[in-house]
Design a protein around this ligand. Structure first.
Ligand code: SF4
Ligand code: SF4
Length: 288
């Protein structure tokens, strides 16, 4: 029997970050040696499983904190990118780490979801990293949290990036009410898909990839339909795991984060983002 393709949102034990965003629980948190060892072992086990997994795989690393600054995640990305049965390996990152590891990667399989944090780095430094991704031919998106104090930087980054680099804006705490009608219109001019992020999408009983062709996996292999549902489907390291996957409607009232609602079928965002869905890049494979 041929199994349907599987997208995995992987989040291991890592919970630390080199940046210090004031609203974030992982800000400037350093991992203990024990935490590093646990995270490394979990990551190694996951990558080894992925190498022989019976699925056409797409993997998005969605760490609590910053992972791509660590050599173990860079190596995992590079290693996964060479698998014949891997469609894409992507990661959410603040783009603070050096990008030399891409020398070892199969570039066409790499996706980067980069977030610009204006209070934690300088615009020239961030843009330099973006230019390197472009020069290397990596599919990536750039985004900023749409807090009012970031508006000037959003405008400046949009002006500095080429039109073919998608700049997304996340609604501040997902709240449409935070914005005036003029601000909503301006932000929609920056990010044509911004409106999606200002809405709590009704999802209960709606068809979604979660639990069938999308799963969330933690460090010990426990699989759930997505990061937002606690229902345990099984464990990817169990021999019968593939049999646990089946179409199932969402059991949550609403879904308001891109990594979730992008898989809610009625929104048809797969058609919009295509091959760049994982790294949130609607221009993947269209423009470079
Ligand atoms: S870069 Fe991301 S993970 Fe790090 S402190 Fe800022 S919001 Fe938190
Ligand atoms: S709609 Fe959102 S919360 Fe519901 S299963 Fe899909 S990703 Fe999860």
């Amino acid at each position: 029997m041929t199994l349907p393709p599987l997208t995995i949102h992987y989040r291991g034990p890592l919970a630390s970050c080199n940046y210090g965003c004031p609203y974030c629980p992982f800000a400037k948190r350093k991992a203990t040696r024990r935490e590093v060892l646990e995270d490394s072992a979990a990551l190694e086990r996951f990558v080894a499983w992925a190498e022989t997994a019976p699925f056409a795989l797409s993997v998005l690393f969605t760490p609590w904190g910053e992972a791509l600054a660590y050599p173990r995640y860079q190596a995992a990305m590079a290693r996964l990118s060479h698998l014949q049965h891997l469609q894409k390996v992507a990661i959410q990152t603040n783009l603070s780490g050096a990008l030399g590891w891409l020398d070892q990667a199969h570039i066409q399989s790499i996706g980067i979801w980069a977030t610009y944090h204006p209070t934690q780095t300088t615009r020239p430094r961030f843009l330099k990293r973006c230019a390197e991704l472009r020069a290397r031919g990596v599919s990536f998106s750039v985004g900023v949290v749409g807090a009012r104090e970031h508006f000037a930087e959003i405008e400046a980054v949009r002006a500095a990036l080429p039109a073919e680099v998608y700049l997304w804006v996340n609604a501040f705490f997902g709240r449409r009410a935070y914005y005036t009608p003029e601000e909503l219109a301006w932000l929609s001019g920056i990010d044509p898909h911004f409106e999606f992020d200002t809405v709590r999408h009704r999802s209960r009983d709606q068809a979604c990839a979660g639990g069938y062709t999308l799963i969330s996996v933690d460090g010990d292999g426990t699989a759930r339909p997505c990061h937002f549902l606690d229902t345990v489907i099984g464990n990817i390291y169990d021999a019968d795991f593939a049999a646990r996957l089946s179409p199932r409607p969402c059991t949550r009232h609403s879904c308001d984060c891109f990594i979730g609602y992008a898989h809610l079928e009625r929104l048809e965002l797969r058609e919009v983002f295509g091959a760049g869905l994982l790294e949130r890049n609607p221009f993947a494979g269209v423009r470079n």
